[in-house]
Design a binder for this molecule. Structure first.
Ligand code: SF4
Length: 235
């Protein structure tokens, strides 16, 4: 590890150690509830495609788009055989249809070429690290898509990061500004309390949408203000 990386890593860890994550998780659960993972045990390939379709659109739109894709092509083999333009037409309502159709078709082609079938159920039985490494091999599949698939469908304790979560954690002081995304991801995978990965992930997104908004966060109404560096400067 180079000197700069080592220094950055040290800062990430120090910041995390100074925050009582257990209480932050608890306060968020009191405010937003303990979310239930409705996707637990679902097919990892369905989840990968759902996460691809959820990019740059609302949850409602992405659910509708996935349902429409499944309606037109009940099997992934059907999507694999379809023209890219036809897949794009099926998922048009979710935006970025051509780009998403390309990523989905590439993904299906690569899985079929590797395994001869479109079945990723074996991923659930792999270790967190091996599963993440395996899914990251596919073109267009980034760390957030991998982590969401492993957490939601496979129930693995892997923490997905997105823009809402980064914003909240940076304001709180859990992730220093200079901590890289990869380092923050690795650090959170180590420090989020066992059994709380899903709850913390979902509640941070809720919190980022409702209270810790990009502009003018509502620090006066925030359930974790006592632990937040930025919030302490505002109340
Ligand atoms: S105190 Fe303010 S900045 Fe901190 S988490 Fe709450 S809303 Fe966000």
């Amino acid at each position: 590890m180079g000197a700069m990386t080592a220094a950055g890593a040290g800062k990430c860890e120090t910041a995390a150690e100074e925050k009582p994550l257990k209480y932050i998780v608890q306060n968020l659960e009191r405010a937003y509830g303990v979310p239930e993972n409705r996707w637990a045990g679902s097919d990892p390939l369905d989840m990968l495609v759902s996460v691809i379709l959820s990019q740059a659109t609302s949850d409602t739109n992405s659910r509708r788009t996935f349902a429409e894709l499944k309606r037109r092509y009940p099997t992934w083999d059907g999507v694999l055989r379809a023209r890219e333009s036809s897949v794009a037409a099926a998922i048009k309502a979710g935006g970025l249809a051509n780009q998403k159709a390309r990523v989905i078709k590439n993904l299906l082609k690569e899985i079929k070429a590797r395994h001869g079938s479109l079945d990723l159920s074996f991923v659930a039985g792999m270790s967190n690290e091996d599963a993440a490494r395996y899914l990251s091999q596919f073109r267009g599949i980034g760390p957030k898509t991998v982590a969401c698939t492993l957490l939601f469908a496979c129930g693995k304790e892997v923490f997905p990061l997105d823009t809402h979560i980064f914003r909240v954690l940076r304001r709180v002081g859990l992730v220093p500004a200079k901590c890289s995304d990869a380092r923050a991801h690795e650090m959170l995978n180590r420090i989020v309390p066992a059994g709380k990965f899903y709850s913390f992930h979902v509640n941070l997104i809720r919190h980022g949408r409702k209270i810790c908004r990009p502009r003018e966060p509502l620090c006066g109404r925030c359930p974790i203000v006592e632990y937040c560096d930025y919030g302490q400067t505002r109340i």
